[in-house]
Ligand binder design. Structure first.
Ligand SMILES: [Zn+2]
Length: 208
């Protein structure tokens, strides 16, 4: 029986390179696959691009409220595997749709994505995948201190920030991400809070 897989990891853990390698293994054997990506991520547009330079065109960009069950029912004939990049951006219902297709059409689906955002909160898609996927696999990466990185620190103009919207795409404007261990994440969070209090007291003393 086919399974729904969720392979998660922090930023820069090689998710995309691993996804492209897995696709290559299928296509090398002349097996057809479908590569889907939620449209919210504008990086690379309709292409999946790994940091190592590999790339592949996405077969379908998924709209936020698109009925994934219907789409796959119409398009999964002869398909050996369904791949989803940036799966954290799926809606809960779309993950449910994916599971229904895996069971109904007996096609495996492999999702790659982040577990949590820059504040350590779950994304809708990844939270649902953690709840229902048959198989959950962690892809490991290393923090600057050498420990395992599980958090995604957001930097704006090089400075770690702990305020803002859940979605701010890597490389757009001055936003970048660093994978951190919980200790280093907490250290940066404390620094940020301290700087905020310092700025507030400076502002109020200037107003006096
Ligand atoms: Zn660390």
């Amino acid at each position: 029986m086919a399974k729904l897989y969720f392979r998660y990891g922090a930023m820069n853990c090689g998710k995309t390179a691993s996804l492209l390698q897995a696709i290559h293994n299928y296509e090398d054997r002349e097996l057809e696959i479908l590569l889907l990506k939620p449209v919210i991520d504008s990086k690379g547009e309709d292409k999946v691009v790994s940091r190592t330079g590999l790339e592949r065109k996405v077969d379908h960009l998924l709209l936020p409220n698109e009925n994934l069950y219907r789409y796959l029912t119409l398009h999964d004939e002869g398909i050996s595997c369904i791949f989803v990049d940036e799966a954290q951006f799926l809606k809960r219902k779309q993950v449910n749709d994916l599971m229904r297709i895996v069971i109904k059409d007996d096609i495996p689906a492999i999702c790659y994505g982040l577990r949590t955002d820059f504040l350590g909160n779950g994304f809708a898609g990844s939270t649902r995948l953690l709840e229902i996927a048959h198989t959950i696999e962690e892809m490991k990466t290393i923090c600057r201190c050498g420990k395992k990185a599980t958090m995604n620190g957001r930097r704006v103009n090089g400075v770690f920030v702990f305020d803002g919207n859940q979605v701010a795409i890597d490389g757009e404007g001055k936003v970048t991400y660093d994978s951190l261990c919980p200790e280093c994440f907490e250290e940066e969070n404390r620094k940020y809070e301290k700087a905020k209090i310092y700025q507030k007291t400076r502002k109020s003393s200037n107003n006096r």
